[in-house]
Design a protein around this ligand. Structure first.
Ligand code: GLU
Length: 424
């Protein structure tokens, strides 16, 4: 059996592909030269599995997607207290490039708008030979698990028209938030924005945040849990520019968008998601990217206010019965939502050939989310296509009438032990 997750991602992409609203971010001239039809999506689980679809190998510049990671690096390097002295955590409700400060404290309102991000950039410790942007590139490369590089053309192009960011820099210098040459700081910030990634890179990077700071593949801790919590909290309240409230209610996961068309989202303990589609709306958010996130959040039950803590494993035990040991029983436990369903489908995918019947026992599940039911039966159908007989044991009556529709033959409601007797 092949897990249906990649097909689902393709399906989401094609459902959003026809939307041609929005326009390219032409205030950075080079960004107006990209192919506007590009569309890519990648998703990572907290155990490091990456699924992707569409233009998943196309590189684009991070732009504001670099802000949360640079914020993380600043906290890691100099500590949260020092960072909070220079940059607040309040949503601004203003455009990303607004020339404004928090009225009471005279510092940028948060690190996700340009004034806050330029300030965060200035807080990164550096050496004469290794400038701040390079320090950031190295850190982002460690998160991505490969060497990332700068897009010199995009960098040069933005520098030429960076009048607004320069005025923000001079404002910050005037009030003493920046302590060094503002021009150098703004140039460095723009360079940080020009780091190139693919949606797959971003999925790996967000998986570190979803996984509480540990790189899922290597098991190495790259960020403290407390740093991740701070970054995700600020992403949740301030990540989507002045559309943050809309985002919180419709999608409801910590996220950040960039004007090159990328959006990243992180559901703690569950998944990291990255999309790329260059046409943006008046707030600076990718139009198709927003739709994709809305679809994913709705279909996969990802809204933070809906999610329950994810189980570490869905499988209680796997054993075989029957005279020829050709009946495989999977006893499941815990909660079956997206993450656990994905895990289960992946386990089933590896089921060795040669068995005739697969029994999926739901008795010890405490909850089965809609997405869990859909993914479970999608797996059942695929196993059947592969020639298995499949039986779902639902002795506790977890599945409701609607969910059982058309499934009568595959679902039994008797106790597992009783059901297995006939094979002995
Ligand atoms: N480099 C861009 C700027 O400062 C980033 C903006 C964004 O992605 O929101 O204008």
């Amino acid at each position: 059996m092949k897990t249906p997750v990649p097909d689902y991602l393709k399906h989401v992409l094609s459902a959003c592909a026809a939307n041609d609203k929005g326009k390219l971010a032409d205030y950075i001239p080079e960004l107006a030269n990209v192919n506007p039809d590009r569309l890519g999506l990648a998703l990572s689980t907290v155990d490091g599995t990456i699924y992707s679809a569409g233009d998943d190998k196309v590189e684009f510049t991070m732009q504001s997607l670099s802000k949360p990671f640079t914020y993380a690096l600043a906290i890691k390097e100099i500590g949260l207290i020092k960072v909070l002295e220079k940059v607040g955590v309040e949503p601004s409700g203003e455009a990303f490039n607004q020339i404004s400060l928090d009225k009471e404290r005279n510092i940028p309102k948060n690190p996700m708008i340009n004034s806050g991000a330029i300030t965060t950039h200035s807080l990164i410790p550096y050496k004469k030979t290794v400038p701040r942007a390079e320090q950031i590139r190295r850190f982002l490369s460690a998160l991505a698990g490969r060497e990332l590089s700068f897009d010199e053309q995009v960098y040069q192009s933005e520098i030429k028209t960076a009048f607004r960011n320069m005025s923000i820099g001079y404002m910050l210098r005037t009030v003493g938030v920046l302590e060094d040459d503002p021009k150098e700081m703004v140039n460095g910030y723009i360079k940080q924005c020009a780091i190139k990634v693919t949606v797959k890179d971003l999925a790996v990077m967000t998986s570190v945040l979803a996984n509480g700071g540990i790189q899922p593949k290597t098991g190495k801790r790259l960020l403290d849990r407390s740093v991740v919590r701070q970054v995700l909290s600020v992403m949740l309240s301030c990540g989507m520019y002045d559309a943050a409230g809309d985002w919180l209610t419709t999608v409801g996961i910590p996220a950040k968008s960039g004007v090159a068309g990328g959006i990243i989202g992180v559901l703690p303990g569950q998944v990291g998601i990255a999309v790329f589609s260059p046409k943006i709306d008046e707030h600076g958010n990718s139009v198709r990217g927003l739709r994709i996130f809305e679809n994913l959040a709705r279909d996969m039950g990802l809204h933070l206010m809906e999610g329950t803590p994810s189980a570490q494993t869905i499988l209680q035990s796997r054993y075989t019965v029957g005279k020829k040991n050709n009946v495989v029983v999977y006893e499941l436990r815990g909660v079956l939502q997206f993450t656990e369903s994905e895990m289960l489908l992946r386990i089933l995918q590896d089921e060795p050939a040669g068995k005739s019947t697969i029994v999926l026992d739901l008795t010890n599940l405490s909850l089965i989310h809609d997405v869990g039911v859909r993914m479970l039966f999608e797996g059942v159908d695929r196993l059947k296509q592969d020639g298995y007989k499949v039986v779902v044991v639902d002795s506790e009556g977890l599945l409701d009438k609607e969910q059982l529709k058309g499934r009568k033959r595959e679902v039994v409601t008797e106790e597992l032990e009783k059901f297995l007797e006939k094979f002995k």
